[in-house]
Structures are given as structure tokens and as C-alpha cells.
Ligand binder design. Structure first.
Ligand SMILES: Nc1ncnc2c1ncn2[C@@H]1O[C@H](COP(=O)(O)OP(=O)(O)OP(=O)(O)O)[C@@H](O)[C@H]1O
Ligand SMILES: [Mg+2]
Length: 326
């Protein structure tokens, strides 16, 4: 399947035009150079990919290779004065539990008494609306100048998902995607916020670099599962933030181990402690481990996050401990 997908993309574009092809469980992300964006082949390829995709969503993203943003810290940042601190939750690889961690960490920070907001900047797969249980289009303020954030479990929240039609493939150029995120971030009526948690798009491409530079992110939390393959990408994530001058708060190991509810046996399904070792090697803080558990998944996916619904559970406590360190 993977080979067929790659072959199809190469049928339409040459090596110079293809920047990257990532195949995940639920999505295929094809990154092409900006030059390819005007080609009629984009639409043809997207259609064929969708037929081949077996239910995965197809995203075609364009990057301006030659105009790749410089990795130096930049000054012209986006700015919402009433938001005091911004923490990005990021991962080098998709599907490692970044959104679940972002939402539960935000709730944990809120329990610690901070006015907390969640901003979902994941253009490839915005899942904060599902995880916090809101679906409607946002409202507009009385003066017509701002967008009202959603309120869920005491959090203020806004998602780029509110601006995207769920069922159409996303063909967005990097600059356009960042522009949309900037508009949503600046135009939301956040009010006074002590800490905003940002669910970043997975990966370390142009869009992630631009967001890290512009959003005035204070600290980044990197989420990884224990497998080597995820850790390699997590290290890339750490390096990307460092290069653009964002401080790393630390690394979280998600799906760290499984505890059988019936017999109490522990299984290290994806290995264990890899993130701790990687953090030590890079001289970064290891923030903690979150077990793999069905209650975490069920609560995340039905919009009732565990830190809110069952704060005293061992699983919620894992998030609270990380929030205390932050
Ligand atoms: N510790 C955990 N235990 C059990 N299930 C989990 C855990 N963390 C995340 N999940 C589940 O794994 C799936 C992927 O998690 P999530 O959507 O948070 O990942 P992500 O990194 O944001 O993915 P994406 O790259 O698609 O945005 C979800 O169904 C979620 O409920
Ligand atoms: Mg996500």
C-alpha cells in the first residue's frame, strides 16, 4: 500500500517537486514544493490518492522551499496581550497522543487555579472540538470584531477545525495555513488568560517552524511514545524548537505502559523509558509518563477528558503531576 501511494505521487511529480510523503493510520500527507501548486496534476493526484486511501484523509500541502523561514528567532511575533504564557504541545510524529495530552494538561493547569485556554492549531487533524465536546461554529462578539471562544469544562477554547470543512481534503499552502491560524489566534476574544496550551500540527516542517516563531511560544512540551521510531522524531522536534529559540519544558512519554485492570500485570507494549533516556541524553527535563489505558482513550474520544471526569484516578494524576512541574 505504502509503495503504491508513493508510486502514484511520483507518477505526477518529480523528485524536485516532492518534498515529503507521510502515511499515517488515518491520513496521508503529501508535501509538494510551491512550484507544483499551479499544476492541474494536483487535483488529479488528490482524487486518485483518495480512491487508494482506504478511508484515510488525504492532505496536500505546499512548501516554499527556497523561501523556507530562517531558523533564527524572529521579532515580528503575533501578540495577544491578555494571554500571559503560551505552552506548545508538540510531537515529531503524528498519532502519539499530542491532543489527548494537550487537553488533559490544560484541564490540569485549570485545576491548579490558572485561567487556561486551549488553541488547536493542528491544521492536518484538528481534534480538540471532539475531545472537549464542542461542534458548533463559533459566535461573534457584539461589536462584530472578535470571535467568541468556546467554553468547555472551565477552559476557553478555539480550534482551526471550526474553519475547515471536515469532509473535504485540505489543499492549503503553508503561508495560507499560517495566515488562517494567525487570524484565528489574534481575532479570538480570549480575555485574561494565565496560560494557553497550543495543540501544534505534528512534525517539523515549514508550518511548524513558522508557528513556533510567530506565536511567541514560551515553552514547548514534546510528546512521544516509547518506540525508537517515535523518539527519533521527538528529538527532531526538540531541535526544531531550540533552533527557533523556544525553551523546551520537557518530554512526556505517552502510552508508556499498560496495567491490566483485571490481573494487575504490567506490559510495556511499546517498550518503556525510551523518552526518559532520550531526554537525559539531550539534557532536557523528563516530565513524566502517561500509561496506555482504555479510560483515557474513551474519555478523550467522547469529549469528556479524564482530568475533568475522574481527577482522582491514577491516570488523571499523571497529567496533574506534569502540570505541577510546568
Ligand atoms: N495514554 C493513552 N491511553 C490510551 N489511549 C490514548 C492515550 N493517549 C492517546 N490515546 C488515544 O490515541 C489516539 C491518538 O491520540 P491523539 O489524537 O491525542 O494523538 P495526536 O498525536 O494528537 O494525533 P494526531 O497526530 O492525529 O493529531 C486517540 O484515540 C486517543 O484517545
Ligand atoms: Mg491531534
Amino acid at each position: 500500500m505504502e509503495e503504491e501511494i508513493k508510486k502514484l505521487v511520483h507518477n505526477y511529480f518529480n523528485d524536485e517537486e516532492i518534498d515529503n510523503i507521510s502515511i499515517f493510520e488515518k491520513r496521508i500527507i503529501v508535501t509538494l514544493s510551491e512550484k507544483a501548486s499551479a499544476s492541474p496534476n494536483v487535483e488529479k493526484m488528490t482524487k486518485e490518492l483518495e480512491e487508494l486511501a482506504e478511508g484515510r484523509r488525504v492532505f496536500v500541502v505546499f512548501t516554499a522551499d527556497r523561501e523556507t523561514p530562517s531558523l533564527q528567532p524572529q521579532d515580528d511575533k503575533w501578540y495577544v496581550p491578555s494571554v500571559k504564557k503560551i505552552i506548545a504541545v508538540a510531537s515529531g510524529k503524528g498519532g502519539v497522543g499530542k491532543s489527548t495530552t494537550a487537553v488533559n494538561l490544560a484541564l490540569a493547569l485549570s485545576r491548579l487555579g490558572y485561567k487556561t485556554a486551549v488553541f488547536d492549531a493542528d491544521i492536518y487533524g484538528p481534534s480538540v472540538p471532539t475531545m472537549l465536546g464542542f461542534a458548533n461554529a463559533p459566535g461573534i462578539t457584539y461589536d462584530g470584531k472578535h470571535i467568541e471562544p468556546f467554553e468547555a469544562f472551565g477552559l476557553k477554547a478555539m480550534s482551526i477545525g471550526s474553519m475547515i470543512d471536515k469532509d473535504t481534503p485540505l489543499i492549503w499552502r503553508g503561508a495560507k495555513a499560517c495566515g488562517a491560524i494567525q487570524q484565528l489566534f489574534n481575532d479570538t476574544n480570549w480575555g485574561d488568560i494565565d496560560v494557553m496550551v497550543v495543540d501544534m500540527p505534528p512534525g517539523t516542517g515549514d508550518i511548524q517552524i513558522t508557528l513556533s516563531q510567530k506565536m511567541k511560544i514560551d515553552e514547548a512540551v514534546i510528546v512521544s511514545t516509547p518506540q525508537d521510531i517515535a523518539l527519533i522524531d521527538a528529538i527532531k522536534g526538540v531541535n526544531m524548537f531550540k533552533q527557533v529559540g523556544v525553551k523546551i519544558a520537557g518530554i512526556v512519554e505517552n502510552m508508556s505502559y499498560y496495567l491490566c485492570e483485571k490481573c494487575g500485570t504490567r506490559a510495556d507494549i511499546f517498550g518503556h523509558a525510551g523518552a526518559k533516556a532520550a531526554a537525559a541524553k539531550m539534557g532536557e527535563t523528563f516530565l513524566g509518563e502517561i500509561p496506555l489505558h482504555i479510560t483515557i482513550r474513551e474519555n478523550a474520544d467522547r469529549g469528556t477528558p479524564i482530568v475533568y471526569t475522574n481527577p482522582n484516578s491514577e491516570y488523571a494524576q499523571a497529567y496533574l503531576k506534569i502540570a505541577e512541574q510546568l
